[in-house]
Design a protein around this ligand. Structure first.
Ligand SMILES: Nc1ncnc2c1ncn2[C@@H]1O[C@H](COP(=O)(O)OP(=O)(O)OP(=O)(O)O)[C@@H](O)[C@H]1O
Ligand SMILES: [Mg+2]
Length: 132
């Protein structure tokens, strides 16, 4: 099951729509791969105010899947690092490249056997066009 908790007041984010869709879809497909049947994946967005009128629009994808062992957490963004039979290990490496090119951040926190949260943060503005 998928639950959505979307903040309607994210502000304006200058982004390449296709590329950010690729990021969200890579993260979501990992969550689906890791989740047992019937478990819930939660997508939440929120705006975090920063200094001088700046803010960060964040999207969190949280699953209650198998999680990532602590010793592997440091390699998930490495190109071609995969634990899947038919995985390419491209998903998160490319996601990180895209997010970084948007001056954003992507972080992953996970506990083996409990689940994983991936958070994507992008700079946002209260006025259309600022920073675009
Ligand atoms: N939500 C998650 N839960 C558990 N493990 C994850 C999760 N997201 C990523 N991983 C681990 O990180 C590895 C790298 O993920 P990445 O998306 O880069 O490649 P992949 O999913 O293996 O291959 P592809 O994206 O081509 O299908 C995965 O193989 C998996 O071990
Ligand atoms: Mg993947």
């Amino acid at each position: 099951m998928l639950t959505l908790a979307l903040d309607p007041g994210l502000g304006y984010v200058a982004l390449d729509r296709n590329k950010i869709e690729q990021v969200v879809s890579a993260v979501l497909s990992n969550a689906i791969d890791a989740s047992p049947a019937g478990s819930t994946i939660r997508i939440a967005s929120a705006r975090h105010p920063g200094p001088n009128g700046s803010s960060t629009a964040s999207v969190q994808v949280q699953d209650a899947g198998r999680g990532i062992p602590r010793e592997r957490l440091g390699t998930v963004f490495t190109l071609f690092a995969t634990t899947k039979k038919s995985g390419t290990g491209l998903g998160l490496a490319l996601a990180q490249k895209i997010v970084t090119a948007h001056d954003g951040t992507i972080t992953i926190s996970s506990h083996e056997g409990e689940g994983t949260v991936v958070e994507i943060g992008l700079p946002s503005h209260s006025v259309a066009g600022v920073g675009a």
